[in-house]
Design a protein around this ligand. Structure first.
Ligand code: ADP
Ligand code: MG
Ligand code: MG
Length: 885
């Protein structure tokens, strides 16, 4: 099949491969698509991603066949434009652009103005009638090509330019004359020659193939690899290469270049949004070299900015652009992120793609577009990344709290963050690894800063607009970002920064408000998020389309309340051990554990009973009308044992047992491998009085709440770490005995269920037998992962990252369920459990219950519910709906 596809200039697009992102990459496919619907796209061609993969695998030279196809495609451009590549009289110039299947902003390299050399630059000057433009283009080309293709460091060129400007007393590139640029070109060529021992290539075909090779090679560059790792992009996709006729935004004041979004990517508002620069080339906007101007009059006025918006300065081109926005949104049915250039009043489209957006914007756009009839509810549900909701669920700055404002920048990515100032990406990463919250502060960011941006809670830059690298990447990562804070100056030598007449040093605390652009000294308190409006609407749709229920893992009243607000439909896991750590009762717990005999234990349990009953009373009350699964005590007892001498002494005073005796008991409880030791139902089997007390507390509380509200409470009692049916039988009988006693005492009765965690491979295998007694299964996938992989979660941190890096695990199996392995046990247990007990209730309560990929698996397996931590509940609701659609 074809490896080179032309677009624009009336090229036919019959071959669907031409518009398939997998084949021609996102940029190429959309250029073909735009040209196909009649938009003004400079003609060009795309070399497929398949060629890239082949080239990277085989190395060496390009085939004759490819060279012939490229030559033919180049002819297509030449014919359309009416210029010839390398023609000294009237040269065709091209850009060589990368373009992977998904956009990787700033990750791959682009070369503009290719085809210029010492002869063609004269031709360009003559035909354009603009010497300055021609030489400006040539110096841009030498610099970019040398950087991207030849590997000459760009700062060498920048320094030469700085010195030249200083010598002439210029502040700005705009002041450079044709002669100045001519001199710069000579200097640039000297730099290349001295750095490389060979001159800058004058042969335009050598230039072209060098650039093509560089784009392919850039797929395997370090920064591209980092980006792929952070974004789960497979290394095997490869990038396409797009070669496209140049259009010039730097041909005087009727020319411009810009980037735009059809809606506001930060808020989702239906308003054109973007920036443009007069007399400039594309890279200038993105690189943040000059501060760009607003696209619309409204945006300019709102910001109180002076330089005219595009709407005011170039009304005709702007009107054309606005029409294109409308057309593109209708065509793609999504918000588009666009690059355009105006060459002497004529508009050209250079790129479109579905725009990256904040969670807030994604929500608003999805809901709005349903209202506009552009998409249906199911599409809206699929449009929002469940994990991105996380941004909305977390607190924002309290508007009433005092703010010590240092200055303001552009509100480039919303959300609030406080943390220590760090001035470079490596430091950010190091400090974040030590558990510190950091704010990365840079003059501007580049792709080399990605790891630091990822590690930071927020990002602040002195330069760059709303579409600068920092802004785009921060929005993609969900990090708050304030960009273009022009009042900020950074001194890397003293590692300090100045702003608003104040000096701060690295390590000082800074707060950013990405929604307003405010930069504040110190930490500012936050408030809870707004869960009404678009959020509620989308959640309602999600609830309508999902099959599985979503419960929460919670045991404190505060967590239970929050989870209910977030839409939890019950508690899937209430861990009772957390209740034992409370300061007021830990001594009774310790007394129970360190007691020498049953009588001693029972004495202590007496004291704990009313406390536990109060715990459950509160939880049943908060969760009224919803199911509550309570897990009986699970961890090894020694977790509660004192460690310090002072603690032993205090306990000894309190319970009247000698310190030595206590210490001896404590050391008897020591275990070599507590994770596989005396814990879970093994405690219940050996010390039945503990589970008896807990069961009693549950039933008494349930009876009380039921009586108070005249409402049925159906407790679900869960026995942990069961390996055999016998364990469950014994403990179920114990629970039943307590139930009978309590019901007799209270003169009331309740429905209740007894079930088990499935968290040992044996339990999964024996699920058929276990289901005889077990009325429900809850897959405890944290332990099931540990025990199936023989991998301790608490110790895996040392080697798991390497395992993920080497691709042994695609993802951390404690974050995203190992579907291939552990998933088999879940499927098998579900199947065997159902065979014994067709109406058995099945759920998952491991960390995975809040992970979208794992949730999709649960849907496929037909589980009844997932249970997630409170903040993950909305994520799970949306993910469950996406899984069901
Ligand atoms: P990226 O993927 O990093 O955005 P692009 O390939 O889109 O890289 O190009 C970088 C910049 O160069 C963009 O602003 C784009 O508009 C501009 N550009 C690319 N090709 C051309 C062209 N043929 N004519 C004019 N400008 C171009
Ligand atoms: Mg681009
Ligand atoms: Mg467990």
């Amino acid at each position: 099949s074809r490896q080179v596809y032309t677009f624009g200039g009336g090229a036919k697009h019959d071959d669907p491969r031409a518009r398939d992102k997998i084949i021609t990459g996102g940029k190429g496919a959309n250029l073909a698509e735009m040209a196909g619907i009649g938009l003004p796209v400079p003609p060009g061609f795309t070399i497929t991603t398949e060629q890239c993969v082949q080239y990277l695998a085989e190395g060496g030279d390009f085939s004759d066949e490819l060279r012939a196809d490229v030559a033919e495609a180049l002819t297509h451009i030449e014919k359309t434009v009416g210029k010839s590549f390398g023609d000294a009289a009237d040269p065709l110039l091209v850009s060589v652009r990368s373009g992977a299947r998904v956009s990787m902003p700033g990750m791959m390299d682009t070369v503009l103005n290719l085809g210029l050399n010492d002869e063609t630059v004269e031709g360009l000057a003559r035909t354009s009638g603009d010497d300055r433009f021609a030489w400006d283009s040539y110096r841009r080309f030498i610099q970019m090509y040398s950087d991207v293709v030849l590997g000459v460091e760009h700062h060498l060129f920048e320094e030469a330019l700085e010195i030249a400007k200083e010598d002439s007393g210029y502040l700005n590139d705009v002041e450079m004359t044709a002669d100045d640029w001519r001199k710069i070109v000579k200097q640039y060529k000297d730099i290349v020659a001295s750095e490389l021992d060979h001159p800058f290539p004058q042969d335009v075909n050598e230039q072209l193939w060098g650039a093509i090779r560089a784009v392919f090679d850039s797929w395997d560059s370090e920064r591209a690899k980092v980006y792929r790792r952070l974004n789960d992009i497979p290394g095997g996709w490869g990038t396409a290469v797009n070669v496209q006729a140049m259009v010039f935004g730097n041909m005087g004041d009727t020319s411009a270049t810009g980037v735009a979004f059809t809606r506001d990517p930060a808020t989702g508002e239906k308003a054109y949004y973007g920036e443009y620069l007069v007399n400039a080339q594309g890279e200038d906007v993105v690189a943040g070299i000059r501060t760009p101007q607003y696209l619309t009059k409204a945006a300019r006025e709102k910001a109180g900015a002076k330089p005219l918006s595009m709407e005011e300065a170039m009304p005709k081109a702007y009107a054309e652009l606005a029409a294109v926005f409308e057309l593109l949104e209708k065509h793609y049915r999504d918000m588009q992120d666009i690059e355009f250039t105006v060459q002497q009043g004529k508009l050209w489209m250079l790129q479109t793609r579905s725009g990256k957006r904040t969670a807030k914007a994604a929500l608003k756009m999805a809901v709005d577009m349903v209202g506009e009839g552009l998409i249906d509810e199911a599409t809206a549900i699929k449009r929002v990344d469940p994990m991105a909701l996380d941004q909305l669920l977390h607190p924002t700055l309290d508007p009433k709290a005092p703010r010590d404002i240092l200055g303001r920048g552009l509100p480039a990515s919303p959300g609030a963050a406080s943390g220590q100032i760090v001035l470079d990406a490596d430091t950010a990463e190091k400090r974040a690894e030590m558990g510190e919250a950091v704010i990365l502060v840079r003059v501007e960011t580049s792709p080399e800063d990605i790891h630091g941006m990822h590690a930071a809670k927020g990002i602040l830059t002195a330069r760059g607009g709303m579409t600068s690298h920092a802004a785009v990447v921060a929005r993609g990562m969900g990090r708050p970002c304030v960009s273009g804070a022009s009042g900020l100056s950074i001194d890397m030598k003293t590692r300090t920064l100045k702003m608003g007449g104040r000096e701060l040093k690295e390590g000082d605390i800074l707060t950013l408000d990405g929604a307003s652009g405010d930069i504040m000294a110190g930490e500012v308190p936050t408030i809870e998020p707004e869960l009404a409006g678009d959020f509620a609407t989308l959640m309602e749709w999600a609830d309508k389309h999902r099959r599985m229920k979503v419960r929460t893992n919670a045991e404190t009243p505060a967590d239970c309340k929050m989870a209910r607000q977030f839409g939890a439909e019950g508690i899937g896991l209430c861990r009772t051990e957390h209740m034992f750590f409370d300061a007021s009762r830990i001594s009774a717990v310790r007394q129970m554990i360190l007691a020498e005999d049953e009588a001693g234990r029972r004495g202590a349990l007496e004291k704990l009973l009313p406390e536990q009953r109060a715990d459950f009373h509160e939880i049943f009350d908060i969760m009224r009308g919803l199911p509550v699964t309570i897990r009986l005590l699970d961890p090894p007892l020694h977790e509660f044992v004192p460690h310090e001498d002072a603690e032993f002494a205090e306990l000894s005073d309190e319970i009247g047992i000698g310190v030595d005796t206590l210490k001896r008991r404590a050391s008897e409880l020591h275990e070599f491998n507590p994770m596989l030791g005396h814990r879970g139902c093994r405690l219940g089997v050996t010390f039945p009085e503990i589970y008896e007390m807990q069961a009693r507390a549950i039933f008494e509380a349930a009876c009380d709440v039921a009586a108070e509200h005249g409402e049925a409470i159906v407790p679900e009692i869960m026995i942990p770490l069961v390996a055999t049916a016998k364990e469950l039988e014994i403990l179920k009988a114990l629970v039943a005995k307590v139930a009978t006693q309590v019901f007799e005492e209270k003169g009331a009765t309740l429905e209740y269920m007894v079930g088990t965690m499935i968290e040992l491979p044996r339990a999964a295998l024996m699920a058929g037998e276990i289901a005889e007694a077990g009325e429900f299964f809850s897959f405890g996938t944290n332990d099931l992962t540990q025990t199936t992989l023989g991998l301790s979660r608490d110790d895996a941190g040392k080697f798991l990252p390497t395992y993920v890096q080497k691709g042994i695990f695609a993802r951390d199996p404690f974050v995203s369920l190992d579907i291939e392995g552990v998933g088999q046990l879940v499927e098998l247990a579900a199947e065997r459990g159902r065979k014994t007990r067709p109406d058995i209730k099945l759920g998952i309560c491991g960390e995975h219950g809040g992970d979208p990929a794992s949730i999709a698996f649960c849907e496929k397996t037909g589980l009844d519910y997932v249970s997630a931590s409170p903040y993950r509940v909305p994520i799970a609701r949306l993910a469950a709906a996406q899984a069901a659609l």
